[in-house]
Design a protein around this ligand. Structure first.
Ligand code: GLY
Length: 369
């Protein structure tokens, strides 16, 4: 079974294809359309060691020349140094304007490789092959590329839409345990801002280990999320409006990630907590009435936080919120909920309310899962 979501922006029209075992066929079809006889692969080194055969099979079958660059595992690879290395690999390999770059990996490799593809020769065809749940439902879709700077995450980059996104669930067979909750948070985010059905669909992660989720239902859920994102990006490619809703929970999350050195708390863990805080803030600022209930609650048991409240400084967390790149003025801006699935962008001046929202996060960090 293969699912397809379409993205139509001013700069491009492309599809996000999702299914189990679809890589070979999808890659062959994209490379045929592009009339490619040579491709460059930028691949997460762990994914390469586990899936080299899966990746190279179709290229060998079609007689396509390829060379590969391996991206070291971890957030540190979203650096200017790695970006230059990718460019060196592409340029010294003789890349031309019509030579596709295939980027295979999770969010780090995806953002880095796509940024290199967008910059080399002012842009070459890019095929995104996300291999983590998070990349399949979020980061590989919508054309955000980038690297980090010492002053913050994702501060250097471009909007550059791919030629195609191919999400083959076969890659998820080797996904490390912690990566499942990383992706789950972004899935739940679509439940909060857009489609309540996502919460019940996500119950597939609650039946034992999240990695054991039923594959056909998982494929459907990934496609549902990809379709929501496709729809939003199609209407607001450059985040001047509703694309910002995709940052629900992220203002708190980015501060938490920075405070914990991008290591002791994963993006997904931070986003889960950030969404709880954003709900509290919505109650305080917009008088939203959730009756103290959250559909995020059943998933709480899947998160094993390694950080305690005592390790966090409220003062620093607030400072980091003020330095978030999503901020457009001196006030703090949040995605809040008028009610479930009704997000709004809100400028918040009441720092007491923000402090209360942080207390909700601290309360969770005290809880035993
Ligand atoms: N991850 C949020 C966005 O792509 O806009």
């Amino acid at each position: 079974m293969k699912y397809q979501a379409e993205i139509q922006t001013n700069s491009n029209h492309y599809s996000v294809n999702t299914g189990l075992g679809i890589l070979n066929e999808e890659l062959c079809s994209a490379l045929n359309e592009l009339k490619a006889d040579t491709v460059f692969l930028i691949v997460d080194e762990r994914v390469w060691s586990l899936h080299k055969e899966r990746i190279t099979h179709s290229l060998r079958q079609e007689g396509i020349h390829f060379s590969h660059y391996l991206v070291p595992v971890g957030e540190n690879s979203k650096s200017a140094e790695q970006w230059i290395r990718c460019l060196d690999f592409l340029l010294s390999g003789g890349i031309r304007r019509n030579t596709p770059v295939i980027v295979i990996g999770g969010g780090v490799t995806g953002d880095l490789g796509a940024f290199a593809a967008s910059a080399v020769l002012r842009g070459v065809p890019l095929i995104q092959v996300p291999t983590t749940l998070l990349a399949m439902v979020d980061s590989a879709i919508g054309g955000k590329t980038g690297i980090n700077h010492q002053t913050g995450k994702n501060l250097i980059g471009t909007f550059y839409q791919p030629y195609r996104v191919i999400s083959d669930l076969g890659f998820l067979e080797t996904l490390p345990d912690h990566e499942w909750v990383n992706g789950l948070s972004e899935i739940l985010k679509y439940g909060a801002i857009e489609d309540a059905g996502i919460f019940s669909d996500s119950e597939i992660f609650l039946q034992g280990n999240p990695g054991a989720a039923d594959r056909p239902r998982l494929a459907e859920l990934i496609h549902k999320c990809a379709s929501i994102k496709a729809h939003i990006v199609s209407s607001d490619e450059h985040e001047s409006g509703r694309r910002a809703y995709l940052n629900y929970g992220h203002t708190f999350a980015h501060a938490l990630e920075k405070e914990t050195g991008y290591e002791r708390m994963s993006h997904g863990e931070a986003v889960y907590l950030g969404m709880l805080a954003a709900q509290t803030l919505s109650e305080l600022v917009l008088n939203s009435d959730f009756q103290d209930l959250t559909p995020l609650a059943p998933f709480r048991k899947l998160y094993r936080f390694r950080v305690t409240e005592n390790e966090l400084s409220s003062k620093r967390l607030l400072k980091y919120m003020y330095s978030d790149k999503k901020r457009t003025s001196e006030s703090l801006r949040f995605v809040l909920l008028k009610e479930w699935q009704h997000p709004v962008i809100s400028t918040v001046k009441d720092l007491n309310a923000v402090e209360h929202a942080w207390n909700e996060i601290f309360r969770h960090l005290k809880m035993i899962p």
